[in-house]
Design a protein around this ligand. Structure first.
Ligand code: ZN
Length: 293
């Protein structure tokens, strides 16, 4: 029998379109492009690049103009990333923690108005072909008052309506959810008239069976444990690092290398087949976002 290439070498040869579904880059407070180089060295090919917060740009005060600058910067960053041979798809929106901050700076009504306009601007960038999804939007992952929670729900519904009209996906940030939480998200998508397949639950638990039934797309943090648990229920999911690129919080993040690394490791162990990798990193990504990777 002829010498067999190691699985690692085969992986490299086949150039799987390894996709990180949720990454932030922050050239001011973190590594910026250097983080992408780490991703590339491990075999990464595509990134869904989610904007950071306006304060990370050093902007003070709360305004639609600040969101406009944040979005512009994210789109420019995606162009820089593409020079490294990685495709970066900008994902633009009002992070729920940012919205919470806005409420504290202004009144609830004013914050809502600004957030709505900022979401409209995100949708416009999608329509112009400069961004590929709205997000991350949703609810803070920590407990908040009912008033804030309701405002977040209303903004989520609005983001879904904008996504329906722009024909794009939405990346959702929420508190940790169970099966009932997935069902509530599916119902909200129905209410907005957004195809459920367009809703991506970022930082999802490995509830692959339930999310498949409900047609919501889960995106899982690329840890071995998480992905192995998911694979017990199927391969209909996306993978993400949720890299936050903040030098002041080095322990708070999974490495930008994690998606390609965990994929390669599970492939080498025989837990992920070639077919699984194509499905997770390409087919599901293309179906969800309506892009080619
Ligand atoms: Zn995020």
């Amino acid at each position: 029998m002829a010498a067999v290439l190691s699985r690692e070498a085969t992986l490299f040869k086949k150039e799987f379109p390894i996709t990180d579904n949720h990454m932030h880059l922050d050239p001011r407070n973190g590594e910026g492009i250097e983080a992408v180089k780490k991703f590339v060295r491990e075999g990464g090919k595509n990134i869904f690049l989610v904007n950071k917060l306006t304060k990370d740009l050093g902007l003070s005060g709360v305004s639609v103009e600040n969101f406009a600058r944040l979005y512009e910067e994210t789109i420019k960053l995606a162009e820089l990333v593409s020079e490294l041979g990685v495709r970066a798809f900008p994902v633009l929106g009002v992070h729920p923690a940012e919205f919470h901050f806005m409420v504290r700076q202004r009144s609830l009504e004013e914050a809502k108005e600004i957030a709505e306009k900022a979401l409209e601007l995100a949708a416009k960038h999608v329509c112009d072909g400069e961004a590929f999804a709205i997000g991350e939007v949703g609810r803070p992952h920590y407990p908040v008052s009912n008033e804030i929670r309701e405002a977040c729900e209303a903004l989520m519904l609005y983001a879904f309506e904008l996504a329906r009209d722009a024909d794009c996906a939405v990346q959702l940030h929420t508190e940790s959810i169970d099966e009932a939480g997935f069902t509530a998200i599916a119902e909200l998508a129905d209410k907005a008239g957004l195809r459920r397949e367009r809703v991506v639950k970022h930082f999802s638990p490995p509830l692959i069976k339930k999310s498949r039934e409900l047609r919501i797309m889960p995106s899982l943090i690329a840890t071995r444990k998480n992905i192995v648990a998911a694979l017990e229920q199927g391969t209909r999911f996306l993978m993400e690092s949720d890299y936050i690129d903040d030098a002041s919080r080095p322990g708070a993040v999974v490495s930008p290398r994690s998606v390609p690394r965990v994929t390669k490791k599970l492939y080498a162990e025989g837990l992920l087949s070639e077919e699984d990798i194509w499905r997770i990193h390409k087919e599901e990504v293309e179906r969800t976002y309506g892009v080619f990777v």
